[in-house]
Design a protein around this ligand. Structure first.
Ligand code: B12
Length: 211
């Protein structure tokens, strides 16, 4: 790997947003393709962050700093990737379910997925089943990610899956669920395709669902 991409990965890991933004532009100026910088620089760096977060060697504030650094690189690359059609291989609609306003975990999952190269449509919090359905239809999403932190509103995950089925969209979209009270057993009971316990596992799971 070139020195500049190696350094970019290190700076991204260390959460140095300015350095990552500048290095992204420099790599482009040196003739590297936006796709190469995305895969080998930014996504490569976020993969390391994900591994160490999963292993308990990195903590939430550090992951957020790395995600911010990745955003700085993406801000430079996004117009070029969009132009070339390279962006948006897989679209993921993500949101916290109806009645629930917790969004720290959901945001972390969204940022890690974005860091892994997925296109994220974040619907925010308190998202009704109807809003999920509308977004999946309008965006042609491949995957839906639902987050829940309250046991009282968890049934809304099931209601959303049912709404997707009623709208005739369930076969065209995979559903992944997560959040502190959610378990693999609950995911299975409500008919989700997958559950992931944390943001790094969410990336691995999304990748295997889309493989
Ligand atoms: C911060 C917080 C708040 C903040 C939320 C701020 C925000 N912007 O999110 C505020 C103060 C607003 C809040 C409000 C309330 N809260 Co609160 N809150 C918490 C707290 C302390 C931390 C949650 C958090 O952010 N964790 C950190 C993140 C990173 O972890 P995470 O969300 O679990 O996410 C990770 C994984 O679960 C997973 N994941 C998450 N989402 C997804 C999605 C997908 C698709 C996948 C694959 C994975 C995934 O990946 C994430 C990263 O690794 C928890 C207690 C706790 N320790 O969990 C209580 C807690 C969740 N809250 C609770 C309660 C009761 C409330 C209130 C009802 C309090 C009240 N009486 O008003 C309100 C509800 C408001 C509402 N309608 O939603 C209870 C829930 C109890 C229950 N079992 O239902 C908890 C557990 C506290 C407790 N012990 O009683 N809360």
């Amino acid at each position: 790997m070139s020195n500049i991409l190696e350094q970019m990965q290190k700076d991204l890991y260390d959460g140095k947003a300015d350095e990552v933004g500048t290095a992204t532009q420099k790599a482009l100026d040196e003739g590297m393709s936006a796709q190469e910088i995305l895969s080998d620089g930014l996504i490569g760096g976020m993969d390391e962050v994900g591994k160490d977060f999963k292993a308990g060697d990195l903590f939430i504030p550090e992951v957020l700093m790395s995600a911010k650094a990745m955003h700085a690189g993406m801000a430079v690359l996004r117009p070029l990737l969009a132009e070339s059609g390279a962006l948006s291989l897989v679209k993921i609609v993500i949101g916290t379910i109806a009645g629930d306003l917790h969004d720290i975990g959901k945001n972390l999952v969204g940022m890690m997925l974005e860091g892994a190269g997925f296109e994220i449509i974040d619907l925010g919090t308190d998202v009704s089943p109807e809003k999920f359905v509308e977004a999946v239809r309008a965006e042609g999403a491949d995957l839906v990610g639902m987050s829940a932190l309250l046991t009282t509103t968890m049934p809304s995950m099931k209601a959303t899956i049912e709404a997707l089925t009623e709208a005739g969209l369930r076969d065209s979209v995979k559903v992944i669920v997560g959040g502190a009270p959610v378990t693999a057993g609950f995911a299975e009971d409500i008919g989700a395709d997958a559950y992931a316990p944390d943001a790094a596992s969410a990336v691995d799971t999304a990748r295997s669902l889309m493989a």
